[in-house]
Unconditional design. Structure first.
Length: 249
């Protein structure tokens, strides 16, 4: 067993601090970039479907759910995958899991399930502040564990929009892969306040100073809505969506 340091994330997050080390298989996905600023969830669906031989572009997926200027919610992402699996006759299901532990993520990868995670990602778009963050969907490839804490990391396939979307993280071995130190992934995955406090949905650096002020107010309300959602557990951090075989009844 290897001890995982317990980082203080706030009262919302509880998880075991040990997992069993096993050999992990790296998962690869045919990479597709987000076509629109808020279509990371649709790009994730596109990549995951392609892994199972279903070719759909992001515009086709947008016709089913979500919006290119608003993105897609976790429950829309889950229901869209399940709808397509039923239409195509695939014996698969998407299942959301909240307050997900490292053990659950690791074992799902061991079982060769596809794993979608939502984390707070740095957002690089014109008009937004340099520290802007926004919830982001990506595919988890693997988690590597070592007795040396500095070598613990999460490797994901991330459909960030634009060429600078992942500049805060190291590049992985394959196209679209990012490598995040495990402590930072944990803070982003469980929505640490240091990332949550800088959520932005509206640009604050436009040529209209009145609009900038209004957008800052809207961003403040956006952050407050997330905190309220977490407090009353409508929104839950540690979100993972597992794609797995339909259980035999």
């Amino acid at each position: 067993m290897i001890n995982i340091p317990e980082y203080h994330m706030g009262k919302f997050h509880t998880y075991p601090n040990t997992i069993t080390i096993q050999k992990s298989r790296k998962q690869r996905f045919m990479y597709h970039q987000s076509q629109y600023s808020f279509s990371c969830g649709h790009a994730v669906i596109q990549m995951l479907l392609e892994r199972h031989g279903i070719i759909m572009n992001q515009d086709d997926i947008l016709k089913i759910s979500g919006d290119k200027t608003l993105g897609v919610t976790s429950w829309e992402l889950e229901s869209t995958l399940n709808e397509i699996f039923v239409q195509k006759g695939l014996p698969l299901q998407a299942r959301s899991n909240y307050f997900t532990t490292y053990s659950q993520l690791f074992h799902a990868i061991q079982q060769e399930k596809a794993v979608i995670v939502m984390f707070i990602n740095h957002y690089h778009e014109e008009g937004f502040s340099s520290y802007a963050n926004y919830p982001h969907f990506a595919l988890l490839n693997t988690i590597t564990m070592s007795s040396e804490e500095s070598k613990n990391r999460a490797i994901l396939t991330s459909p960030s929009f634009g060429p600078y979307g992942n500049k805060n993280f190291s590049s992985g071995e394959y196209e679209g892969e990012i490598v995040i130190p495990l402590q930072q992934f944990q803070e982003r995955f469980y929505a640490s306040s240091k990332f949550l406090n800088h959520l932005e949905y509206k640009p604050t650096h436009t040529k209209n100073r009145w609009r900038n002020g209004w957008n800052r107010f809207l961003n403040f309300l956006f952050i407050c809505a997330f905190y309220v959602g977490y407090c009353i557990k409508i929104l839950k951090p540690g979100l993972a969506i597992f794609v797995e075989p339909v259980p035999n009844i």
